[in-house]
Design a binder for this molecule. Structure first.
Ligand SMILES: [Ca+2]
Length: 488
């Protein structure tokens, strides 16, 4: 039998099976495909929402006007925050690229989904948010930097099929930080050149996906490379920033590389350029009349130290690394103009979004459903967010794997053999006074350590992640080993 014929027969069988089951279900529970567009909530029935996750790479929460930063220009994000809820405590559980992306997509922590370091491949058997939504007739689209396929980053063609984790529409590359001169792929291995600032291309593709799927619920994940280093933006954005006039954070120490004044000016310029793309999303939703029933979630995979704490990049327990932008606009169910300190983290996205869609949450999901907190402030708020980092990066100041907890008031992190950092964020928002060795904070330290232990037990994290194991569980050998220690 030819491949095409067998595919057609399979599709025919699948449709037949789906129809038979649909009819049976309709008879049993009064289900009709027509009601699929509507989700049952606590109150009146409401339309199943579209979901758009707009995700930047390495953008810290502090780099937005609505976060109180008067140095950076983000008029669209500020407007979006005013139209929805601004979440001051949006946290990256594991503040590095691939672990964060996999957590967002699966609703599980890295020791469960397996993506504990960069450049592994997310197991094809994991059930992603895209697959769960596609099961309920959502159109799904991914646009941008994927970074969940493992192996060599370039050229970054991911063929249609299981490696796309349930995304039907595809315009993406694996990982490429040439933000002005790059390539991406649709459904063939023929590269499509990127010759302008990459986020603009991603938004072109996103707008086209939204227009194509305007008549049914859709889920779009948009993930751009900037403001990740190398920092920079088109000239009209860089012109907005005067390096000499920029005010630095009090915990900043100039770095020769990846944390200079010029780096920060260019970082802000990239964010303003992305902000313009956010404006395009807002306009297309208005134009199509679907803003009311669309969840627009703006976040990042992790932050960037940029010289704060005398450090660069990510993987750290400090605020510049773990606090990511948190804005959710969903006019139908979330009251506009809220500023909230609710603790919310990447692992909570899947259950919270599924709940807004009226879709039941699978048992393996580890995050919390915070939809009712966002919609009506009901329920007991989480006490803490669990932080994890599995990879030592001594060259950028991460001495060993660490775990931590972030509460509304404190950040605490420990290495396996000893406490590392403890800050009282109310008294010390810039984390300049580490209380770990302060005798008067011993009781607090013990309490935070117990809370961390409790959180780790709750999610089944024992510290005992075998680094060679994550190499073995993937279905093919990797030719790219980013870290020597990993293959030893
Ligand atoms: Ca990243």
């Amino acid at each position: 039998m030819s491949k095409k014929l067998s595919d057609n027969l399979f599709i025919h069988f699948f449709l037949l099976r789906t129809t038979v089951w649909g009819t049976t279900l309709s008879l049993l529970v009064g289900y009709s495909p027509l009601t699929e567009r509507f989700a049952a909530g606590a109150g009146p029935k409401y339309q199943r929402p579209n979901i758009i996750i707009i995700m930047t790479d390495q953008m810290r929460a502090q780099a937005m006007g609505c976060a109180g930063n008067s140095q950076v220009h983000t008029p669209n994000l500020d407007k979006l925050a005013n139209q929805g809820v601004y979440l001051a405590n949006m946290i990256a559980n594991n503040p590095v690229c691939c672990p964060a992306r996999a957590t967002i997509l699966t609703g599980m922590y890295p020791h469960r989904h397996g993506m504990i370091i960069n450049d592994l491949r997310l197991r094809e058997r994991e059930r992603s948010l895209a697959e769960l939504l596609a099961d309920h007739d959502y159109a799904t689209g991914f646009v941008g930097k994927w970074h969940l396929d493992g192996g060599i980053r370039m050229p970054g063609y991911i063929p249609p099929g299981l490696r796309r984790q349930g995304f039907q529409f595809w315009a993406a590359n694996e990982c490429n930080h040439n933000h002005f001169d790059s390539i991406y792929f649709r459904d063939s291995c023929k590269p499509i050149p990127i010759k302008k600032f990459e986020p603009e291309v991603w938004t072109d593709e996103a707008v086209s996906f939204i227009r194509q799927n305007n008549d049914r619920p859709f889920f779009l994940w948009w993930a751009c490379g900037p403001p990740h280093n190398p920092y920079g933006a088109p000239e009209q954005y860089e012109k907005l920033y005067d390096t000499a006039k920029l005010k630095m954070r009090p915990n900043w120490k100039e770095q020769t590389r990846w944390g200079s004044r010029l780096d920060i000016a260019k970082y802000y310029a990239a964010i303003t350029a992305i902000d313009d793309q956010v404006g395009r999303f807002m306009r297309i939703l208005d134009e199509l009349g679907i803003a009311e029933d669309t969840i627009l979630l703006f976040t990042s995979d992790h932050g960037d130290m940029l010289g704060s704490q005398d450090a660069v990049f990510k993987c750290k327990p400090w605020a510049e690394s773990i606090n990511v932008p948190g804005i959710i606009r969903y006019p139908r169910r979330i009251k506009a103009g809220q500023r909230r300190d609710l603790l919310i983290s990447h692992v909570d996205f899947v259950p919270t979004l599924l709940s807004f869609c009226g879709i039941s949450i699978p048992d393996n999901i580890q995050g919390r459903d915070l939809s009712e907190h966002l919609a009506s402030r009901d329920g007991r708020e989480p006490e803490a967010v669990l932080l994890q980092n599995f990879e030592p990066r001594p060259q950028t100041g991460v001495p060993a794997a660490w775990r931590g907890v972030r509460t509304k008031r404190y950040t605490y992190a420990r290495l396996r053999d000893k406490p590392w950092v403890l800050y009282d964020l109310r008294k010390d928002p810039y984390e300049l006074n580490n209380l770990v060795d302060d005798p008067s904070s011993a009781a607090l330290l013990a309490k935070m350590d117990a809370l961390l232990q409790q959180e780790m037990e709750r999610v089944g994290d024992s510290w005992d992640t075998n680094m060679t194991e994550c190499y073995r569980i993937y279905d093919k050998p990797f030719v790219y080993h980013p870290h020597d220690w990993f293959v030893k």
